[in-house]
Design a protein around this ligand. Structure first.
Ligand code: ADP
Ligand code: MG
Length: 367
């Protein structure tokens, strides 16, 4: 790995990689004990690592353009928290994590809602587990990576991103039950169906994300309490319709209908009906826009323009308030749909969007 050699003057003991992800459907369902269906991107974070005999970690990141060093007594701020958090969480779980020199690079866009944070945690976790020969089964890794982000980096994310980055398979989407953490790899071979998933990074500035995310979580918890269920996973549309508070009713309705859309999408994909998931994607977007109120004009514009240009379905993906849009399109129509979105953005004076075609890729691995 040339970056590792440039920083440390020798080849690393090993090189590991973990991908970013997009969520095909199932938004804000993860912290409601519900269902999600992400797939891994070809974009990934690569970590070169060499084991040290002392419990000390030196980390260089090409994207941060910075090198940091920490030991067990250091409280690391900023981007390094995602790395130090992984060391911390492994120690908390009782593992003897080896010290290491690490060099990191990534082609996952940072802060675009494609989960560069989970890619970073997952790549570092996989590297340290392998370097130390730690006995940590793959199905237990996402929870620890999530804990690193929640408890050390201080970001209250659900379990989806780390599960996707660690557990996805090429050519498949990951059907994850966020209550049991059971996974099923669902064939998602868009190319054989003559289709493609176009991802449009709207590059809309994220607005009030942390506060709005916390507010949505609080609303969901309040609605579940009012309905007398452990989580919104456990309620029904007719029960939700009786909630007296109009806002809570809409928030809860999004979660209940979105869970059902994930299940319906999985059923269609299991029987090889790829194009048919389009209307579920579009319905998911409407629900996020009208009931959950987490979209912004840029993402609504991208969805409408993609649909007008012939997409079978389109929706915002990720937590909302900016980020990316997914469109399911004919493989031959990717340029045309991307151009239509760019045109709609130009007409409204938005910064040009960044489109790319996403092929469902593999999860974290040693290279
Ligand atoms: P997303 O996960 O959607 O990309 P987040 O805000 O959750 O957005 O995470 C982005 C943050 O993760 C960055 O601001 C940075 O602190 C950290 N990060 C991700 N990838 C890298 C990297 N390759 N090098 C340094 N920091 C990174
Ligand atoms: Mg993130």
């Amino acid at each position: 790995m040339k970056q590792f050699v440039a920083v440390y003057g020798a080849e690393p003991d090993g090189v590991w990689a973990a991908p970013g992800r997009v969520n095909l459907i199932g938004e804000h369902t993860d912290y409601n004990d519900g269902f999600v269906l992400p797939f891994a991107l070809p974009h990934r974070t690569v970590v070169g690592a060499t084991r040290l005999d002392t419990p000390q970690w030196t980390v260089w990141s090409e994207q941060a353009d910075e090198q940091i060093t920490f030991d067990l007594s250091t409280r690391v701020p900023g981007w390094g928290a995602y790395v130090a958090g992984v060391v911390w969480v492994l120690r908390e779980a009782g593992f003897d994590v080896p010290g290491a020199n690490l060099a990191i690079t990534s082609d996952v866009p940072l802060g675009a809602g494609l989960s560069s944070s989970a890619a970073l945690e997952s790549a570092v976790l996989t590297a340290l587990v392998d370097l130390g020969g730690l006995d940590l089964p793959v199905d237990q890794r996402p929870r620890l990576a999530q804990q690193a982000e929640n408890e050390y980096a201080g970001m209250p994310c659900g379990i989806m991103d780390q599960s996707a980055s660690i557990r996805c398979r090429a050519g498949h989407a990951l059907f994850l039950d966020c209550r049991t953490l059971e996974v099923e790899h669902i064939p998602f071979d868009v190319a054989s169906a003559g289709l493609a998933v176009l991802v449009i990074d709207t590059r809309a500035p994220h607005r009030h994300v942390t506060g709005e995310y916390a507010a949505r979580r609080a609303s969901c918890e309040e609605a579940a309490r009012a309905l007398g269920v452990p989580a919104l996973r456990d309620t029904t549309l007719s029960a939700v319709a009786d909630l007296p508070d109009e806002v809570l009713r809409r928030r809860a309705r999004h979660i209940v209908t979105e869970n059902q859309r994930v299940l319906d999408t999985v059923d269609l994909l299991r029987s090889g009906q790829v194009r048919e998931i389009g209307p579920l994607m579009t319905a998911s977007h409407g629900s996020m826009r009208d009931d959950f109120e987490i979209t912004v004009p840029e993402v609504d514009t991208a969805v409408e323009a993609a649909l007008s240009a012939g997409a079978y379905g389109a929706r915002m993906t990720g937590g909302g308030f900016g980020g990316c849009v997914l469109a399911l399109v004919d493989a031959t129509a990717t340029d045309q749909v991307a151009a239509a979105v760019a045109e709609a953005f130009a007409a409204r004076g938005y910064a040009p969007p960044e489109p790319f075609v996403a092929v469902p890729s593999a999860g974290a691995t040693r290279l």
